[in-house]
Design a binder for this molecule. Structure first.
Ligand code: GTP
Length: 598
């Protein structure tokens, strides 16, 4: 395939601005998918993706297109995930392209959440083709929005395509502009093979399918290949393209997008961002930007019904097949029994995993509050990595604690700058810089502890900026902080699942709310039950659940002994279901209400 006839592009859009509808229309116009069999939004294939309107997995598709000049082209549309948790996948998908279609709703205008992705595309030097969608709406204001794109994103929008994906208007023009403006891929056809793995998925029958973009050289079935980051070697079994069904081809050359299979068993062997080269003629340097993605947020998943533990384990194993960034290991909690400690890329990733477990695998579960990884150095000089509060050593043994920080970049209309700064400072953010992209739009940069960010930063940012802020972040390593572990004690017994790590200044406040919540959840017992929050041996908050004497026999008038016995048995049975913390019996759902984040 002559690279001059190839165009590789992505579509960037704010949620609901019409990305999927435009992609669907392109598939129709190019005859890639028959209109009659066209299922709405072919590209968003996970049920959850559809419902939440977010793209989690990138699905590429190859289209044949005849341009207005009569020349035939191959267009590869590479879909990108739309959320910051998947930022790395976004940048890898974009790195496989030379251009991007920037779709903006002509009524709503430029909105913040996709700005970060637009800047990613600009950073990668992609040619950006602006499209104003939904011009059929009476409220469409194409001229104003054009100006907004110029002012806020900084792109020339004078020739922006006017489109209505709904009515099929402007699709041809968008395709024509893509061909005219996006440069064809360049690479060395004779050079040693270099192909970017921009995604990989698990298939029941073929094992891992790697989605690749060839930069230099050529790849075909039978080639012996090397993954440069992992150092693994395989023999390619099949090479093909997405039409959009996987269709075998002879080979893939410079600039082409397609897939390979090679009896690869797990995603860990074929990581997103890795460079594929030939075993006997390897490239000297890999393509730029490979990064090992590691979970940054951890939480515990426990089955509501303890009998469902094996199902939960099987379900996690199945999810892991298609999600290299998901981590899990068994853990055991006094309060919740057997479950798993799971690691995620971020909160959305956690939420999605949890929902898929419940929906696709029908496992009802409790998720404990999320936490980050802490690095602790003990007085004896030992280094500990804590994935959960119970990994934390005794207070007296701790020499120093470090927590992960992120560099947070917030794009926000100038009017809201003050509020964003206030919020970031409240979250222990350290000011880095601030500048104005236009008089109306500012960029504020803060280094903030990830732990503070994951609590509710994103939601609060959206609320203080009325949804107009967008953010992006990257990890900037670990920094020392004054952190303490707060234990929660019921009748003087610490309950592992309830303890948490927080900044010293927040210990009282957070301890107080935990104690208060538990006080409301724990039923009265035969005796008074103290509930306390402590740091080490020092109690910082205390409250009591008052005693109650519940006399089950009181209702039994007369002397019917069988009836009395029945009642006593019933009470005993009820107790069996209770969870005992020391001598305090607690209904299991109290734990769940306390720990569950909903
Ligand atoms: P996410 O998948 O949520 O990121 O959204 P998206 O950008 O893919 O948007 P999608 O294509 O799902 O469109 C969002 C909504 O806008 C849907 O209800 C579409 O039917 C509607 N829509 C898309 N294009 C047009 C258009 O040209 N005109 C009108 N009136 N509605 C449109």
């Amino acid at each position: 395939m002559d690279p001059k006839r190839i165009r590789n592009f992505s579509i960037i859009a704010h949620i609901d601005h019409g990305k999927s509808t435009i992609a669907d229309r392109m598939l129709e116009v190019t005859g890639t998918i028959d209109k009659r069999v066209m299922k709405e939004q072919v590209l968003d294939n996970l049920e959850l993706e559809r419902e939440r309107g977010i793209t989690i997995k990138s699905v590429p598709v190859r289209m044949d297109y005849t341009a207005p000049d009569g020349e035939r082209y191959v267009l590869n549309l590479i879909d990108t995930p739309g959320h910051v948790d998947f930022g790395y996948e976004v940048s890898r998908s974009l790195a496989a392209c030379e251009g991007a279609l920037l779709v903006v709703d002509a009524a709503q205008g430029v909105e913040a959440q996709t700005l970060a992705n637009a800047y990613k595309a600009i950073d990668l030097d992609l040619e950006i083709v602006p499209v104003l969608n939904k011009i059929d709406l009476p409220s469409a204001r194409p001229d104003e929005i054009r100006k907004e794109i110029e002012d806020v994103v900084g792109l020339d929008a004078s020739n922006a395509v006017l489109a209505s994906a709904k009515n099929g208007i402007g699709i041809d023009e968008a395709l024509a502009q893509l061909v005219a403006l996006v440069p064809p891929p360049t690479g060395e056809a004779e050079g040693p093979l270099r192909a970017l793995v921009f995604d990989s998925v698990y298939d029941n029958y073929r094992g891992i399918i790697c989605y690749i973009r060839v930069v230099d050289g050529e790849i075909k079935a039978g080639d012996s290949v090397l993954f440069m980051a992992t150092g693994r070697r395989y023999t390619v079994e099949e090479v093909g393209a997405f039409k959009p069904k996987l269709t075998p081809m002879e080979s893939l050359g410079v600039g082409e997008v397609g897939y390979i299979t090679a009896s690869i068993k797990t995603l860990d062997e074929a990581r997103v961002g890795d460079t594929l080269t030939l075993n006997d003629r390897p490239a000297k340097t890999p393509l730029p930007g490979y990064q090992m993605v590691k979970p940054v947020v951890y939480c515990g998943f426990y089955p509501v019904d303890r009998e469902e533990y094996p199902q939960l384990r099987d379900a996690l194993e199945k999810l892991k097949l298609n999600d290299a960034s998901l981590e899990f290991e068994p853990e055991n909690s006094t309060a919740l029994g057997f479950g798993f400690r799971c690691g995620f890329l971020g909160l959305l990733h956690m939420d999605i995993t949890r929902e898929r477990l419940q929906r696709e695998f029908d496992v009802q579960l409790v998720a404990t509050a999320p936490n980050v990884v802490y690095r602790i150095v003990t007085k004896k000089g030992k280094e500990i990595e804590a994935h959960r509060p119970s990994d934390y050593p005794e207070v007296g043994d701790v020499d120093s604690v470090s927590e992960p920080y992120i560099r947070l970049t917030v794009y926000v209309p100038s009017d809201y700058v003050g509020k964003v700064m206030q919020l970031s400072q409240e979250k222990r953010g350290v000011f880095v810089s601030m500048d104005y992209l236009t008089p109306e739009r500012a960029r504020a940069v803060y280094d903030i502890p990830l732990a503070e960010f994951i609590v509710d930063y994103y939601d609060r940012l959206q609320s203080v900026s009325r949804g107009y802020a967008s953010l992006d972040y990257e990890p900037v390593g670990f920094r020392e902080s004054d952190l303490v572990k707060v234990d929660v004690l019921i009748n003087h017994d610490p309950v592992d699942a309830f303890s948490f790590i927080c900044h010293q200044d927040d210990a009282y406040h957070r301890g107080h709310s935990a104690v208060k919540k538990l006080k409301d959840l724990i039923p009265r017992q035969m005796f008074e039950v103290p509930i306390q929050a402590s740091v080490g041996k020092k109690v910082i908050v205390r409250s009591n659940v008052k005693a109650l004497r519940k006399d089950v026999l009181a209702k039994c008038y007369g002397g019917d002994i069988t009836r009395k016995r029945k009642l006593l048995e019933k009470q005993k049975k009820g107790k069996d279901k209770m969870k005992m913390i020391g001598k305090v019996s607690i209904p299991p759902d109290a734990f769940m209400s306390f720990l569950d984040m909903d």
